[in-house]
Design a protein around this ligand. Structure first.
Ligand code: PEP
Ligand code: MG
Length: 329
């Protein structure tokens, strides 16, 4: 990264008029945590724990999991670390599980659905997370929550895991925060309900775009449709952030859009509290935040929420960027 971006590493992610947000890193492997601080990450907003299960030596034994989570917490000191429970299934099945042939794996047995149907596997992960919870600032996050029943069921398993920790005499943080990914349209539409049982939200735009526009991003015949600036997607994002704030919780984003410099001003204007992204994207996003006023971002966000097409949104965003940051984008 350039000297200019390096120079702002330790400066806050704050707009010219004093509006502060939080920039965190996404990681997939524990050792990545050692490198995120040099980009100015304020914590880990998404640790995709399924990668631990997909590496050789699977399924990750309790001890392997424990060491991995501890390593991330240790690297981050007292900074927050959000570990997402297994997002396996669909096309990422555990190799030792009988392969389950699904016609529509992305609409099938994956993530929290998979975990709730294998409660012992899920509980082992939760107990391991609880055991680590006294060693740092750990938060737990569930992927692919589609509605309140699933969230309530997942929380019940957390309660069971807590009871087992108590029984075994493992200390843990009783008040550990439990948040959810908002990445399914039904979750975004019921964000007001889900917020009452969640400590935070994190918007997963990769899946939210895929599911709201019904487009497989890996399919080259249709991936031109996968537009995060589609008004349908933007409305889900706005609704989620507003529902979080109306219920006194924070709204984060850990999908790719959070690290896209062309989206920074819009997301600020919509009120996003936390942006979590590939660590190397942090400096440029921070530069845009530090060079903007929240007021101009809010005006931009208001304008783009009235657009009827993603082309129009893109046009307005590009014009805003050309005016404020002619050297970016
Ligand atoms: C997302 O869907 O935006 C997300 C962050 O989760 P993943 O990319 O791991 O599905
Ligand atoms: Mg996802």
């Amino acid at each position: 990264i350039s000297d200019e971006l390096h120079a702002i590493r330790d400066l806050p992610a704050e707009t010219l008029d004093g509006y502060r947000v939080c920039l965190k890193a996404n990681i997939e492997l524990p050792e990545e945590a050692d490198h995120v601080l040099k980009y100015g990450a304020e914590g880990i907003g998404l640790y995709r724990s399924e990668f631990l299960f997909l590496t050789p030596g699977y399924p990750a034994e309790e001890e392997t999991q424990y060491q991995a989570y501890r390593r991330v917490l240790e690297a981050m000191g007292d900074r927050p670390v959000t570990i997402r429970t297994l997002d396996l299934g669909g096309d990422k099945l555990l190799p030792n599980l009988q392969s389950y042939d699904e016609k529509n794996p992305l609409l099938g047995w994956r993530a929290i659905r998979f975990c709730l149907s294998l409660p012992e596997l899920f509980k082992t992960q939760l107990k391991t997370l609880l055991r680590c919870s006294t060693e740092g600032n750990l938060k737990i996050m569930f992927p692919m929550i589609s509605g309140i029943e699933e969230l309530v069921n997942a929380i019940t398993v957390v309660e069971e895991a807590k009871a087992e920790c108590l029984e075994k005499g493992f200390p843990f943080n009783e008040n550990i925060e439990i948040g959810i990914m908002i990445e399914i349209p039904s979750a975004a539409m019921t964000a007001d309900i889900l917020a009452k049982k969640s400590d935070f939200f994190s918007i997963g735009t990769n899946d939210l775009v895929q599911y709201s526009i019904a487009v497989d991003r890996g399919n080259e015949k249709v991936n031109y449709l996968a537009q995060p600036f589609h008004p349908g997607v933007l409305r889900f994002i706005k609704r989620t952030i507003d529902a979080a704030h109306e219920n006194g919780i924070k709204a984060a984003m850990c999908g790719e859009l959070a690290g896209d410099p062309m989206a920074t001003a819009v997301l600020l204007g919509l009120g996003l509290d936390e942006f979590s992204m590939t660590a190397s994207s942090i400096p440029l996003v921070k530069k845009i935040i530090r060079g903007s006023t929240i007021e101009s971002c809010r005006i931009l966000a208001e304008k783009i929420m009235e657009c009827s097409s993603y082309q129009h949104v893109t046009f307005l965003v590009e014009a805003w960027m050309a005016e404020h940051f002619p050297d970016i984008g």
